[in-house]
Design a protein around this ligand. Sequence first.
Ligand SMILES: *Cc1c(COP(=O)(O)O)cnc(C)c1O
Length: 709
Amino acid sequence: MDNYDGKFPYLPERISRLGELACNLWWSWHPEARALFYLLAGNGSRYKAQNPVKLLFEINGQVLDDATRNPRFLRRYDAVMTRFDSEMNAYQSWFNSKIENRGRLPVAYFSAEFGLHQSLPFYAGGLGFLAGDYLKECSDLGVPVVGVGFMYPDGYLHQRLSADGWQKSESESLDRERAPICRVLDAEGRPMILKITIMQLPVYFEVWKAQIGRVPLYLIDTDLEANDPQSRSISSRLYIGDHEHRLVQEIILGIGGTQILKALGIKHFVLHLNEGHSSFAILERIREMVENGKSFAEAVGFVRKTIIFTTHTPVPAGHDIFSLSMMDKYFASYISLLGISREEFYRLGEDPSAGSAGFNMTVFALRLSAHCNAVSKRHGEVARRMWQHLWQPLAEHEVPIDYITNGVHVPTWIDSRMALLFNRYLGPNWLADHDDPSIWELVDDIPDEKLWMVHRHQKMNLIAVLQERARQRWLEHADPNVILASGTMLDPNALTLGFARRFASYKRANLILENLTRLKAILGCANMPVQIIFAGKAHPSDDAGIRLIQQVYNVARDPDFGGRVAFIEDYNEGLAQYLIHGVDVWLNNPQPPFEASGTSGMKAGINGVPHLSVLDGWWIEGYNGANGWAFDGNDCESGERDAQELYSIIERQIVPLYYDQNESGISPGWIKIMKASIKSTAARFSSRRMVKEYADKFYQDALFQASET
Ligand SMILES: *Cc1c(COP(=O)(O)O)cnc(C)c1O
C-alpha cells in the first residue's frame, strides 16, 4: 500500500483519504470523484481541480476544515470512498470469472507513450491514448496488468503560435511532486533507482508510478544527478533527438523496463508490446533465460509463446530502423550474453525487402512474438501484405498477423450529461454492460429534444471554454491575430465541424482548404452558416506539418472568412474532451491507408457527434450508411478529387439536413444520425470490447504458457 501521509501539507483526519484518491487516476473517469474536487476548488475555478494533487497542495486549509463541517460534502465524500474501495478491492471481476490464470501472473504492457489525462504529459497522440484507455479498461475488468513507460517531464510540446502562425514550443516541466504520481520505494524504503550498463557510461533511472485504478503504471525517469547531462535528458521528451537518442530511449524502455519488473519481484509474466519501440524487452527476457542455463533457441522457443505484439504503423517508412554500426556501439558485448553470433542476432531484425542493412524493431518483434495483431480489419490486411515476405512461402491470408480493432474507454470519453441521459433511458446498468450492443437500441427511446438539449449545452460549453482560453491568452499579451483566430467569433447556432489531431502531412488538415472560394461560400451562407474548429500539434522537426498549421491559421485570421474558421492552440486531452462533445460533425480525411485505426472519431461517435471520414482505419468497420458520412478519399495525386467529394457531402447532405429544423429548432433527420452514431459505436468501439478480445484471443493462451516454467 502506498503511503500518502505527509505528501500533502494539510489534510483533516475526517477527509484524509482525499490524498489517496487524488493520487489514483480513478478519479479521472468517475465524475462523482471529480465533483468532490470541484466542490473544494470552488465555483469559477474548476480548472484548478483538473489536477487534484496540485489542488490539495495549494488549497487553503480553512476550505478543508470547512468541508469537514459540511454534511453535504461529507455525504458525497463517503459515497465516493465506498465506491472507490469496492472497485479497488473487487476480487469479482470479468477477468477472474472468464479467464483462466492459474499462476496468477500479470500482463506487462510496454508502451512509449500513455495518454491518461492532461495532468500527465506522457503522450503525443493516438498511440498514447490507446495505451491509456487500455489501462483504464484493464482496471475496470480486473485484468492483472502492469504498465511500463516513460515519465517525459518535458512532455511532447507546449504549443504557441507566433503572430504569423508559426508553431513554437514553450518549455513547461512537469512538477513531479504535484502530479498524480509517486516514487516507487525499494525494500529498504528508499527511492528505487536502477542502472543500465549497456551504454559507455552506466545510466541510472528512478522509478515512479501512476496508479490507474487497480493498475500500476511504472515510469522511467533518467533525470538524476548521478547521470551526465546527456543521459539525464534521455527520457525528458517524446520522440525528440536523432536516431541515436531514439535508440538509447528504446534500450532504456525495453531493457530498463524489464529490470523494473525484476526489481518488483515479478518473475513470470506475459509481455504485451504496444508498437515496436519496446521490442528490446523481448531480448532482455531471452538474455535472462540464457543466463539461467538455457540455450538461445530454447529461450526463444519459450519466450515467444508469452509475447503479444501490437503493430500500429501501416507504412514501411514508419518503423524504427537502426543502423548496424549504431547497434554495434551498444550491443557488441550484450550479444555475447545471448550465446549467438553478431550475424545471427542482426538477422532477427533484418527486413529482407529493405534495400540496406539495419535493425528493424517491428520485424524483430514480429519474428519473436507468437501473437501479433494489427489495430483494425483494414490495417490487418495492410499489415499482412506488408510483411508477407517475412513468412515466405505463406500466402497473404495465412500470414500470422491477426487484428483487434481499437476501442475507446467509454467512461473517460462520455460526456457526463450524456451519461445522465443514458442513466434515465437505457437503465442504470448501461455503463456496467456497455459493450452489449442490445442496450444501445434503447437510445431510440431518448426524446429528440432531450438529446438535442444535452448536445447544445456541450456546444455552448465548448465555445465558452474557447473564449476563456482566448481571454487568458489576451492577458498574456498574445498577438491580436492569434486571439481572433482562436474561436472568438464562433456562433453556437452555426453548424460546427471539428478537426483535431496531430498535424502530420498524411492527415491532410488542409484538404478542406483546397478550394477557398468554394469553402468561403459554404461557410458564409447567410441562413445556413458553417464553421470549422481546428486543433493539433506538429512534430517540432516536421516543417511540412508546421506549415499546415500556418496555412490553417492564415485562413482563420483572414477577414473574408468572417471568423468562421478557428485554430485552437495546444491540443491536449482536456481540450479534446470539449471538442469531442461539443462540435456537430467530426471530420477526418487522412490519406488511405495511413490511418491504421484512428480513435477520435469513436470518442465523438459515442457522444452523438457523427463522423465524416474517408473510408480508412476503423471507419470501414464503423460506417453503416446511417451513422455519418463516408467518402473514398483515395486520390493520391493531388487530393483535388477528394476535396470535391468532401465539399459535395457538406453542401448536399450535411448542411441541408442540419438546417432542416422544426419550430423547436431541431432537425429530426439530424437527431436520427446522432442516435445511429451512438448506437453503432458505443459497444463495438469500446475499449471494453477490445480488452476482452485481447484476453480471449491472446492472454488466456499466453498466460498458460507463461505459467509452464
Ligand atoms: C483520441 C486522441 C488522439 C487520437 O486521435 P486520432 O483520431 O487517432 O488521431 C490524439 N490526441 C488526443 C488529445 C486524443 O484525445
